[in-house]
Design a protein around this ligand. Sequence first.
Ligand code: AMP
Ligand code: MN
Ligand code: MN
Ligand code: MN
Length: 274
Amino acid sequence: MKVDLHCHSYYSDGDCSPSALVEMAIQNQVTHLSITDHDNIEVYQHLPSIPNQLQIIPGIECSVTWQRQEFHVVGLNIDLDSISLKRYLHAQLQRRYERALKISAELKKLGIHHSFEKVAEVAGHSVISRTHFAKFLIKEDIVRDHQTAFRKYLGSRAPAYIPSQWASLEETVAVIRQAGGQAVLAHPMHYGLSTAKTKALFKCFREAGGVAAEVVSGATQTKEILRWVQMSSNFRLKMSSGSDFHRPSSHRVGIGQQSNLPAHASPLWMDWAR
Ligand code: AMP
Ligand code: MN
Ligand code: MN
Ligand code: MN
């Protein structure tokens, strides 16, 4: 089995169509692929026909607020018709919409007008994210690149930063479980937490009903993977793995090309039947 259980299409902040993602997965011999767009499952309405050698795992990446900080939870094998999931996604969409209006108001104070309307245009069929604000700022020649957009306007120390108030960790895990799915703590290495806070997070996630942590995200280094495998097994969590692919790029890995799990790990997909 070769899995990639975390990547994005252009229905969230990725650049690729579902067909392009599926094609890359096949090219890279992936057997199990989950497209996990931010707070939406629209991509699953637009999948191409899938050849036998590839299994698509319906998935999502949910934004949550825990102890006033943003974390991500991946839901895998979710029932896309789940009513509680739909209700939850509707509320998350509303939060994104309201935040976008607030960011737009802050940009207006800085002399940048009508950003909401123009960002909605840039986002097209996707759920609005700060990535779309960055694209808008680049398109209008206000900044020269993505990093500058976050440094000068959108990032957590910048003037148009609006802290997001997402759903709680507990509610998110509960909704994923109600939809028959498995909740996975996304990329724990990206949050910059102390060991004590990491342990508190893992404990809370496990108690809420989470079943795995994503110990490999893209090009995670072996030493770090080992640390997260140990942490996960201490909290009786299984281990997941994904590229977090958004677009072809020289410094990020492609679909299915993330680092390997060590042999002693307990992969979440071990008992998935084909
Ligand atoms: P959102 O979910 O709308 O808050 O947007 C989050 C996306 O913005 C992430 O997936 C990143 O791609 C991007 N992002 C967030 N913070 C930064 C940053 N400091 N520099 C560059 N990109 C960032
Ligand atoms: Mn993203
Ligand atoms: Mn994420
Ligand atoms: Mn992601």
